[in-house]
Every structure is written in structure tokens, then in C-alpha cells.
Design a protein around this ligand. Structure first.
Ligand code: FE2
Ligand code: FE2
Length: 201
């Protein structure tokens, strides 16, 4: 299915607001794909489709999951807002002909994951930095993520953790693992005084 066809179906299935967000994510994913040397057409397709399952009711989602053998982990079971990642991954493959690899970017777009490849990171970042996003300091997030993709992922993952905590939402362990991984990576890449050094000095 080409981008135009996917966009048409997304427009029919989602609210105007979410359709605008999806178009924004497609555009932002395209920008990031150009910067980081990934396929822009694929980035756009994943971007426009990433929230396809977001407006399913809890009941619809529950039935879809049951019918298609999708299992939610302990945290997902308690946070309905996380369901659309796994549901969207499955829908992308079965209804839109996405490859497993493309669909994995939809699977990881909400919580992030330590196994994310460049395209998956692009979609994760695009989802939080598209033009319709107002919850984050968008200008800063765009600047950081255009300069270094991992820095962008870390900035956003930290923001999302804080945002979830403020709302008393549960934090998915995948997000915690991702933040830890990127903080460690940053430490190892830059000269810094380790805890032991500080004590010795
Ligand atoms: Fe989403
Ligand atoms: Fe989204």
C-alpha cells in the first residue's frame, strides 16, 4: 500500500485531531530519516499509521487482542493507553501489509525499547516532536534530536517518565531500561569522573 492510500484510511478511521498528529509524525519522521540516512518513504508510512489503534475502545482492543492472540504484560494490563502499540503493530502487518520490521517501530513508539534501531528511534522521536505536540518543549526537543538521535531519545524518554509520574501513571519497565541504557552510554562516551574517582580525590 502506498502512502496516499494509508493516509486516506487513517483519515477515515481516526478523529481529525489524531489524523493531524499522524500527518505531523509522518512529516517529522521524513525529516529525521533524511538527517539519519534512513528510507524517507518507509518513515512516512510508519509515521502516518503509528496511532491506527489509538482510538479503539477498551472493549474493541480487548476483543482484537483475544482474537489475534496478543498478550499484554503486567503493566500494559493496567495501563490501557499502552495497548495501541501492540494492537497497531498487528494491524499494520495484517491490514496494511507492513513488514515485521516496519511494524516493530509501531510496537516501540510509546514506551521505547533498548533494542530500538535507527528507524524505530526516528518514529519514537517523531511521535513526541511533531508540529501538533504542545506538552513538550518542542523547539528544544527538535534541536537536540536533529543533532544527535540518541540524545533526542533520552531527552524524550526522561520527559515522558516525568510526565507519567505527574499523572500518577505507571512507568513501563522498557522506558526505565531505555533511560538507564542511554545515560550509561553517555557516561561511557564522555570523559567523566566515576564515583570511585570522586571518593579517591
Ligand atoms: Fe501512540
Ligand atoms: Fe502518536
Amino acid at each position: 500500500m502506498d502512502y496516499q492510500e494509508i493516509e486516506k484510511i487513517v483519515k477515515q478511521r481516526l478523529s481529525q485531531k489524531r489524523y493531524e498528529h499522524s500527518k505531523g509524525v509522518a512529516k517529522r519522521a521524513e525529516e529525521l530519516a533524511i538527517i539519519y540516512g534512513e528510507d524517507e518513504q518507509i518513515a512516512k508510512k510508519i509515521g502516518i499509521l503509528h496511532d491506527i489503534a489509538k482510538e479503539m475502545s477498551k472493549q474493541e482492543g480487548f476483543h482484537y487482542a483475544k482474537e489475534h492472540g496478543i498478550q499484554f504484560d503486567e503493566i500494559e494490563q493496567k495501563e490501557v493507553g499502552l495497548w495501541h502499540s501492540k494492537l497497531g503493530e498487528d494491524i499494520a502487518i495484517k491490514q496494511f501489509g507492513f513488514t515485521k520490521e516496519m511494524a516493530r517501530a509501531i510496537l516501540y513508539h510509546t514506551t521505547g525499547n533498548i533494542k530500538m534501531n535507527t528507524m524505530e528511534k526516528i518514529i519514537y522521536v517523531a511521535d513526541k516532536t511533531d508540529e501538533t505536540r504542545t506538552m513538550i518543549n518542542r523547539e528544544e526537543a527538535v534541536q537536540i534530536s536533529n543533532n544527535n538521535l540518541d540524545d533526542g531519545v533520552l531527552y524524550i524518554a526522561k520527559f515522558m517518565m516525568e510526565y507519567s509520574l505527574k499523572k500518577d501513571s505507571l512507568i513501563h519497565p522498557d522506558t526505565v531500561l531505555l533511560v538507564n541504557q542511554l545515560i550509561e552510554q553517555k557516561r561511557n562516551n564522555k570523559p567523566y569522573k566515576s564515583y570511585n574517582n570522586i571518593i579517591e580525590n
